[in-house]
Write a protein that binds this ligand. Structure first.
Ligand code: SAH
Length: 349
């Protein structure tokens, strides 16, 4: 039986027909689901229908713990899904709006050597309705009066997991959050970050709203990238860059390449020059991230000055680049770190 939170308007209409209910109830139910409300709280729905809806699994998410950065007010949430799985989300608060970073899988099977999310492999995919429930739960923490605009203005799929390894649920989520009868957030305010599943990047163009595509590149040549991101052995740099270029051309949207600077691996002037040659001609921007050291891994980041110098080398090569602002450094910034710490604590490790 499908979870209620996973149902959009067409599925709810079919369900109402099946239950001999008038079609307009579908929209009423959807409005409640968009606010993460369970059947018992659906005030304008007759009791008999509420009871029938309550027989179905809900498929939501609740905030189990919240951590607040003393440095910049960033919030890190540990969400609990209905089967007890824990996933992370981060709410970054800026003057011009708030960005929620969401996870798309519990764990990850991509095996990137610098990333904490993948250390124990993939546990399971996160469903569309669960991602939606996380947005709603995070929104609620901001206590906005109903007449004001939304607290969450931007969403980035950059938490744990590889979104394109969970293609169908992620695409369903993108339609739900961008549609008028969903959360009505503009695709321009949504970013999806991938380690480079080239065939799925190609599918996005025709199958999903045109969100900002971010590609975790981290190296300009296959020898280095093969060692950092094992997926590169399947989809090498050339295939990824071709897919990114096609996405930029068809959608008219600038693609973002993410590049984590790792001391002694990919951070030299020669790396910058070669990277700018690789990206020349693609409508893109490079987002530099000084590597966030993960305690289980032996790789070191670079200083912010070195990152700024790398950005200027890229600019000299004609490629626009900025260094990503570090948010919430005191509350376990890198993907997967918080979930791991809490699991360790709970198991008494
Ligand atoms: N699977 C997706 C999204 C998740 S990670 C992807 O690979 O893009 C979001 C970004 O953080 C990616 O660019 C990822 O490579 C990067 N990242 C992961 N661990 C990191 C670390 N320890 N330091 C810096 N960046 C990291």
């Amino acid at each position: 039986m499908k979870n209620l939170m996973d149902m959009g308007l067409p599925e709810l209409k079919a369900l109402m027909a099946e239950l001999n209910e008038p079609a307009y109830r579908a929209k009423q139910v959807l409005e409640w689901l968009n606010r993460g409300e369970r059947p018992e709280n659906m005030k304008n729905i007759p009791l008999a229908l509420r009871e029938k809806l309550a027989e179905r699994p809900f498929g939501g998410a609740v905030i189990k713990r919240t951590f607040v950065s003393q440095l910049d007010g960033t919030l890190k949430f540990l969400f609990e899904l209905e089967d007890g799985e824990l996933v992370e989300g981060v709410l970054m608060r800026y003057k011009h709006g708030n960005t929620l970073c969401l996870s798309t899988q519990v764990g990850c099977r991509m095996g990137c050597v610098f990333c904490a999310s993948t250390l124990e492999g993939r546990v399971r995919n996160i469903r569309c309705g669960e991602m939606l429930a996380m947005v709603v739960a995070a929104e609620r923490t901001q206590n906005r009066p109903a007449h004001e605009s939304r607290a969450i203005t931007n969403i980035v799929l950059m938490g744990s997991g590889e979104p394109l390894d969970n293609f169908d649920e992620v695409v369903a989520f993108l339609w739900r959050v961008t549609s008028k009868e969903g959360l009505n957030i503009s695709p321009r305010n949504i970013s999806l970050s991938t380690c480079g599943l080239a065939p799925e990047i190609e599918r996005l163009v025709n199958e999903a709203p045109h969100v900002t595509l971010c590609i975790s590149l981290h190296a300009y040549n296959d020898a280095v990238r093969d060692n950092l991101l094992p997926i590169n052995r399947k989809y090498p740099i050339r295939a990824v860059c071709e897919a990114a270029d096609a996405y930029a051309k068809t959608t008219g949207r600038r693609v973002i390449f993410e590049y984590a600077l790792i001391d002694g691996v990919n951070a030299s002037q020669q790396d910058a020059t070669a990277l700018s040659l690789l990206l020349k001609g693609i409508n893109c921007h490079v987002n530099l991230i000084p590597l966030n050291p993960v305690k289980e891994r032996e790789l070191a980041g670079v200083s912010r000055q070195d990152a700024a110098r790398f950005a200027s080398w890229l600019s000299d090569g004609g490629i626009s680049a900025t260094v990503r602002r570090e948010m919430g450094a005191d509350i376990e910034g890198a993907c997967g770190q918080l979930r791991r710490r809490v699991l360790e604590e709970e198991s008494g490790a």
